[in-house]
Design a binder for this molecule. Structure first.
Ligand code: ADP
Ligand code: MG
Length: 276
């Protein structure tokens, strides 16, 4: 793998779509692994109580010894105390999630600065010390307080869209939320990247959805499309990304391509400012 340009500033992206099962976690960990394979340093923040991103990165998030994003959000530990280095790639780090994060959404409601907890936690020297180029936040399938924290902490929103019926259902609600966060909490937030996932070339529907999404979002849609592939869905069961599980597979190649495209677009994404 060749190297990719390092962004001038750490790019913080939140992977969001309140629909479940559209490929948020799969895209978060595989884009991260793809960037890391190209020599960039990436931190994945697992913000879903299910902890699927942590699992896919080979982290035993049920172990009592780890500090999780939950302790980080409630201010019990620092970012440095929660970061775990991936065993598969030294450029890849994770802040894991544990099940107690499920309660955080309710607990945080009554706390001070409840929307800015993640942003404050990420504003830490350890990001510079580790030379982190990308922070990728994996969101739960809802638009609650955890996703709000992610949108306040990030500058870019990355939306995976599944090439299926009702693909765009809910996306307008997501865009409304992004506008609201933009207006009140984080003026720099913008949708920088759309990735079409679970594309099945044998169906007409997949092409129709892809065309509709491209008409709507223009060049923010990555040219690379992620094919539907059983291997992609098998990898997390082994605590692996598809890039480690089967590097030569179409799934791995397409995530590597998507990661490369994303990194090459660094400048347009950061200069775009606001706007949907
Ligand atoms: P989300 O995080 O949005 O809920 P996931 O990334 O967990 O979605 O994906 C949902 C399910 O689909 C998982 O079982 C995952 O392994 C599977 N999956 C994701 N991407 C693909 C793909 N390209 N081909 C086949 N299965 C996939
Ligand atoms: Mg998920």
């Amino acid at each position: 793998a060749g190297t990719l340009p390092r962004p001038a500033h750490t790019r913080i992206m939140t992977v969001a779509n309140q629909k479940g099962g559209v490929g948020k976690t799969t895209s978060a960990v595989n884009i991260a692994a793809g960037l890391a394979l190209h020599g960039l340093r990436v931190l994945v923040v697992d913000l879903d109580p299910q902890g699927n991103a942590s699992t896919a990165l080979g982290i035993d998030h049920r172990s009592p010894d780890i500090n999780s994003v939950y302790e980080l959000l409630i201010g019990e530990v620092t970012l440095a105390e929660t970061i775990v280095q991936s065993s598969s790639n030294e450029n890849l780090y994770c802040v894991p999630a544990t099940l107690d994060l499920a309660g955080a959404e309710i607990e945080l409601v009554s706390t001070v600065a409840r929307e800015t907890r993640l942003r404050n936690a990420l504003n830490d020297d350890v990001i510079t010390e580790l030379g982190i180029d990308y922070v990728i936040i994996d969101c739960p399938p809802s638009l609650g307080l955890l996703t709000l924290n992610a949108m306040v902490a990030a500058r870019e929103v990355f939306i995976p869209i599944q090439c299926e019926y009702y693909a765009l259902e809910g996306v307008s609600q997501l865009l409304n939320n992004i506008s609201m966060v933009q207006a009140h909490l984080n003026p720099g937030l913008h949708v920088s990247t759309i990735l079409l996932t679970m594309y099945d070339g044998r169906t007409k529907l997949a092409d129709q959805v892809a065309e509709e999404v491209r008409n709507h979002f223009g060049d923010r849609v990555l040219t690379t499309v992620i094919p539907r592939s059983v291997k992609v869905s098998e990898a997390p069961g082994y605590g692996m990304t598809i890039i480690d599980y089967d590097p030569g597979s179409r799934g791995a190649m397409s995530y590597l391509d998507a990661a490369r495209e994303l990194a090459m677009r660094a400048d347009t994404a950061t200069e775009e400012g606001s706007g949907r």
